[in-house]
Design a protein around this ligand. Structure first.
Ligand SMILES: Nc1ncnc2c1ncn2[C@@H]1O[C@H](COP(=O)(O)OP(=O)(O)OP(=O)(O)O)[C@@H](O)[C@H]1O
Length: 413
């Protein structure tokens, strides 16, 4: 491809595809990746294990030839002039610096020599990076003796030695404790602020993407399924989650009754507020042990096949049996406005609410809304990665488990 990228675009990919063949079976690792990244952007690339993130990164960084498709990265075609691309980018794979006997500063000097930099320039740049990444006191230590967080900071210094304008980071913070993660991110953000470096980062930590990236790409089964800001994704694709608690008294039946009545009140209430609360006509989506879910339909979204989009919640009573059900969960738009109205209504109906919580949606809720699966569901995702029979490759190996609490089970509309 001739360079189509404008001076404001640092990555342009069109139809980038990678297929592997494992035991005569085709593995579609990445399919038709189209991507435009502007200079200076911080893009987070999310997706479960085996989604195709590392393969995408490895194609964009010229480490892996695409099966088809094209990309211009840092002004050069990845197939036509891979050496020119490599000179202009930094790539920090999963666990780049291993344990070796080289001292930290010498490791940086070797890296500079690898890029053909003069000794003087390399030494100056190495000292600059040691300073800015808080590695100066460790300059004479051997790489082998560094902690996980220190090694990752060294990885970043190694990736930046030749002052690339574009830095690819593959799960930079995986395996680090929360403090080292926060520290690492602070360094990444500082570097970006000082040098305007474009950063393209894959991460399993949804909170990191949420907090730091201005743009989030989510990949699933080799395809990008969304590309937007975190705020916009959460606003348009996931709703606020209201959880109400009920005390059913000494017997389980009391709680079940309270839940059943609360469901009716909530459905009525949300329906009644459809004008005020954007597209929040309620629809029941079935129940689950320990709680019930209502899914507020988006504008134009049909629910339950009934005029007006509302189904009768009472018609699906999966959780309204005589179990000790004490929570009701509702997914709605504008939860902050819905919650007080709902509480007043329940109170007026003589239903005692013992606790109420409003949770803003997370990126995991977005993934759940899009795919019906949780991004944190390690069991499912690890199995899907393993099922392809990919050979053990340190740069594509399944990442260590990073999930925290699993997302609430929810039946989507
Ligand atoms: N060298 C390879 N040979 C065969 N299959 C491969 C190879 N590398 C990756 N794959 C397969 O391609 C798919 C995408 O893998 P990839 O490593 O890109 O996913 P990922 O999203 O980066 O996952 P993770 O989060 O675990 O790093 C997976 O099914 C994987 O098993």
């Amino acid at each position: 491809m001739t360079s189509q990228s404008t001076s404001d675009t640092i990555i342009t990919a069109r139809g980038l595809t990678k297929q592997f063949t494992v035991k005569r079976t085709r593995v579609d690792a990445v399919t038709d990746l189209d991507l435009d990244v502007a200079r200076g952007e911080l893009v987070a690339f999310l997706g479960p294990n085996g989604a195709g993130k590392s393969t995408s990164l490895r194609m964009l960084t010229t480490l892996l030839p695409p099966t088809r498709g094209t990309a211009v990265v840092a002004g050069h075609d990845i197939a036509g002039d891979p050496a020119a691309v490599r000179r202009r980018i930094g790539y920090i794979g999963q666990g780049t610096s291993g344990g070796n006997n080289q001292r930290v500063r010498d490791e940086l000097l070797s890296q500079g020599a690898f890029y053909g930099m003069s000794r003087r320039d390399t030494a100056r740049r190495a000292d600059e990076l040691l300073e800015s990444l808080d590695l100066a006191p460790l300059a004479k230590r051997t790489v082998m003796g560094l902690s996980g967080g220190q090694k990752r900071r060294l990885d970043i210094a190694l990736g930046l030695i030749h002052s690339p304008s574009l830095l690819f980071l593959d799960e930079p913070s995986t395996g680090l404790d929360p403090q080292s993660r926060a520290n690492l991110w602070q360094h990444i953000l500082d570097l970006r602020e000082q040098h305007g470096t474009t950063i393209f980062v894959t991460t399993h930590y949804l909170e990191e993407a949420d907090q730091f990236a201005e743009r989030v790409l989510v990949m699933d089964h080799g395809r990008v399924i969304v590309d937007d800001t975190a705020v916009s994704l959460k606003t348009t694709l996931a709703g606020d989650v209201i959880t109400l608690g009920f005390d059913g008294g000494p017997d389980a039946r009391g709680a079940a009754d309270a839940i059943a009545r609360a469901r009716e009140v909530a459905a009525r209430q949300l329906e009644g507020n459809a004008g005020e609360v954007t597209s929040a006509a309620a629809g029941a989506v079935g129940g689950r042990p320990g709680g019930a879910s209502y899914r507020a339909p988006r504008s134009g979204e049909a629910m339950g096949g009934q005029p007006g989009g509302a189904t009768n919640p009472a018609s699906r009573t999966g959780d309204a049996g005589a179990t000790a059900t004490q929570r009701l969960e509702l997914v709605v738009d504008h939860g902050d406005r819905v919650l007080p109205v709902l509480l007043r209504e329940l109170d007026a109906s003589g239903i005692t609410v013992t606790s109420a919580a409003l949770r803003r949606p997370t990126l995991d809720d977005v993934f759940l809304a899009l795919t019906g699966r949780s991004l944190r569901d390690e069991g499912e995702t690890t199995a899907s990665a393993a099922s392809t029979g990919a050979p053990a490759d340190p740069t594509t190996a399944t990442a260590p488990t990073t999930a925290t609490a699993s997302a609430p089970e929810r039946v989507s509309a």
